[in-house]
Design a protein around this ligand. Structure first.
Ligand code: CA
Length: 359
């Protein structure tokens, strides 16, 4: 055999061996990719709850379709497998594999967690997404949840929430003194500084409390979900919002379980969660638009007096300062989120706000 021929055979042999190896590794990757996993996901919402409940059902269907059926997620509405507000602990312990809820529910675990939902006078949905993906927000969220063996994904956004339903108009700061309002989270703590008595009530009890005057006001979400609660029948003053400018929801997985999935399966879940995040915000926009149009004519849309807005902004900074002293995690997340607000707001004002004022 001359040298040329010898080289040719040598090369071919190498290529063939290489090809065989490639085939073997592809086959292995396929086996790995197609390894069937069955995951249990619990939510904090009732079955078929509009937008949030239906949205997470769709997420499960998308994951199944995108993975060619290798990942099947069974969605359990609240209180079926675990109580609505126990999903965090259940997932952390590995009793369920994932959950769909909102990070502000877990402030009892860590004050900083409420900030991952956004904060009063803070970022709107598009700004929050920018902070999470390009401003360090997601890294902080993942780092702090990792301590609980959890890995979070953005899983929807309610978009800007309404300030709530009031039985009487609020004209001055005095009107807030002693006012009993159902409002959770940082918004409630800000209003408490202004004399409001924030209360927490289970969803099923809010309407009756408002009707009977046990509470004077309640916030919920926005027109689409609010009118399903019937608040428009018992409180006629519907205030625009500042306490939840764009609340992020979460699709969170048990970290160990998530890491046991193939890289492809992890990417499929991440991609479907990202899609769910965008689509849920779009659905809130669509449904709120219709619901606002259909509000009864005796409902008055109200705007907050400047005196109250200014006082609430001041109170927010006091609350943040107090919490930053108590919790190093809160301080880190607050500093990151608040400085991102300062960075992004001028662009939103120059680009979006200017346009909204002239269209
Ligand atoms: Ca709310």
């Amino acid at each position: 055999m001359d040298k040329k021929r010898r080289d040719f055979f040598k090369k071919t042999a190498t290529v063939t061996a290489g090809a065989a190896l490639m085939t073997a590794s592809n086959a292995f990757a396929n086996i790995n990719r197609n390894r069937k996993v069955r995951l249990k996901l619990a939510t904090s919402w009732p079955a078929n709850f509009p937008i949030m409940g239906t949205g997470i059902e769709r997420f499960a269907k998308r994951v199944k379709a995108l993975s060619g059926g290798s990942i099947k997620i069974k969605v359990y509405p609240k209180n079926v497998l675990v109580p609505a507000l126990s999903v965090f602990d259940a997932c952390s312990a590995g009793n369920i594999d994932a959950f769909h809820s909102g990070p502000y529910y877990w402030k009892g675990k860590n004050e900083a967690f409420s900030l991952f939902s956004g904060f009063p006078f803070g970022m709107i949905a598009t700004e929050l997404n920018a902070w999470f993906d390009f401003g360090g927000g997601m890294d902080l969220w993942r780092e702090l949840y990792a301590k609980y063996n959890l890995i979070p994904f953005k899983g929807g956004n309610t978009t800007t929430q309404m300030g709530g339903w009031f039985r009487k108009p609020i004209k001055t700061l005095n009107d807030l003194k002693g006012l009993k309002m159902r409002i959770p989270g940082l918004g409630g703590e800000v209003l408490a500084k202004l004399g409001v008595k924030p209360t927490l009530l289970p969803a099923g009890e809010i309407y009756v409390a408002l009707e009977r005057g046990t509470i004077d006001a309640t916030e919920w979400v926005g027109p689409a979900l609010d009118i399903k609660m019937g608040f428009q029948k018992v409180a006629k003053y519907y205030y625009t919002g500042w306490h939840e400018p764009g609340s992020i929801l979460e699709i969170t997985f048990n970290k160990k379980k998530f890491e046991s999935l193939s890289k492809e399966q992890q990417l499929i879940i991440e991609t479907a969660a990202e899609e769910t995040n965008a689509r849920m915000a779009a659905e809130f926009q669509a449904e709120n638009s219709k619901a606002l149009k259909n509000l009864p004519s005796d409902v008055k849309i109200m705007h907050w007096p400047k005196e109250i807005v200014d006082a609430a902004k001041k109170a927010l900074l006091e609350v943040a300062k107090e919490k930053s002293k108590q919790s190093a995690d809160f301080k880190r997340v607050w500093d990151s989120a608040y400085s991102y607000l300062k960075l992004t707001k001028p662009w939103t004002d120059t680009g979006l706000k200017s346009y909204l004022e002239i269209r």
